[in-house]
Design a protein around this ligand. Sequence first.
Ligand code: ARG
Length: 566
Amino acid sequence: MIDFKKVISEIVSEKVETLNEKEVEELIEIPPNYEMGDYAMPCFKLAKQFRKAPNLIAEEIIEVLGENQYFEKIENVGPYVNFFINKKILAESVLKEVFNKKGQYGASEIGVGKNVIVEYSSPNIAKPFHIGHIRSTVIGHSLYRIYKFLGFNTIGINHLGDYGTQFGKLIVSYKKWGNREVIESNPIPELLKLYVKFHEEAETDPELENKARAWFKKLEEGNEEAKSIWQWFRDISLKEFNRVYDMLNIKFDSYAGESFYSDKMPKVIEEMEQKDILTKSQGADIVDLEAYDMPPALIRKSDGSTLYITRDIAAAIYRKKHYDFYKNVYVVGAEQKLHFDQWRKVVELMGYEWAKDCIHVPFGMVSLEEGTMSTRKGRVVFLEDVLKKAIDKTKAIIKERNPNLEDREEIAKKVGIGAVIFQELSNNRIKDYVFSWDRTLSFEGETGPYVQYTHARACSVLKKAEVEITDEVDYSQLTNEQVVNVVRLIESFPQTIVNAMEKNEPSFITRHIVDIAQAFNKFYHDCPILSENEEMKKARLLLVYAVKTVLQIGLGLLGIEAPEKM
Ligand code: ARG
């Protein structure tokens, strides 16, 4: 694909001897609207350098540049040199690239040879996987796909919350009030009940807390009974979680959760002792972080048991050794910011310069509109129920819109679940938002169903056309405004993927494909396709093909399927 920015730097640096390519490239801007050109070169900096009025410099540059096939116009307005791309060349360059690369359009090799860990989802075992968890799961999964697409060797880790004092509580509660069959029949809600019961009873029976601590200690020491109950809790919980992951079409390369580090912590604590960063405080071991304006990090309790942060430190050291990561990305809610700040500081104090490559990718909270879900299973909203409801509601919508659609069941699944994912990835991740069914499932507006529907529409046009798509078309047919708007958005899509990776922000992609869908629908509305003469028809079909391809890639990067009919 032609890099027009590069073309500009080449021709300018060739004609203006005092400037080199790099200098020119740094000057080039994209004007606020296309009436001012596709690219502009402001001459203020040069004015300083050459001690000449910027307008004059702009004029001189125009003069020496003369005509150039890549641009239909180069003109100066005041201190700017504005470049207007030759639209035929633009369409040809972009559409040929999509046609040749197909599903790999926008893929790149910038990540080759670099290992990136994306840690996401990471629910707590024996607790419900609720609507709040969906954010980490969906944002992280999308980032996983984005990194992969850009060539990184990506490792998806589910850092399960499968360790800690709460397991002592659960074991006590299970041994006192639990029943194996009842739990097997409905694991997570039943385990949750036991957990809640523990806290109720502990209010009047303070001994329970001590017992719980003792059981967790046994677990840490490798006691057989404790281990086998814990293992069973973990297995049945994971089975439940996997049902949700299957619905979302999500996999992990590793489920190394907190418990995985249980035998790795003693060494890490020893290392901290050697490096002299631990202080005793009321029998516990802490790292004093006062100098960094943070509360101390509690590493080991007075009874010798370890904590969430201790496991995170062990995990990071293990990951560096094992994966030699280039980046280690944690997709975890913004409410854990302090935890991650403390933890990173401790790793830094241990002398690991790679602490800077560990990145907390925070996100805001979802809340539910009043009446969004009935909470029949208790006070929490289960993610699985949200997804099922999305599918049911979508089925009803599809039935009304397209009564004769085959595979309605399958398509409702792709659209319903896709809608929930899309909604999650629509706003900047740091924003809190309120979940609403109407907004999520609408076929109009900036929604998943809208983009999927646009994709299906493009598929249907291509199918109806019954001609083979080729990139040998007359590109001069692809220069009207509606077409060029689509082409430009396709051209800039690869850069959006890179930006999304750099900022760990999948919503860049969500927004870009909404823009493409909108521009395409405008084109579709204004420009007939199948009724046109052969040349025009072939050219416009190539554009339809490119849109279909790019929407599918974009949805795929978000973790959403693109059905061909809906
Ligand atoms: N299990 C934790 C929770 O549900 C999230 C874990 C985040 N990851 C980490 N490495 N600390 O709150």
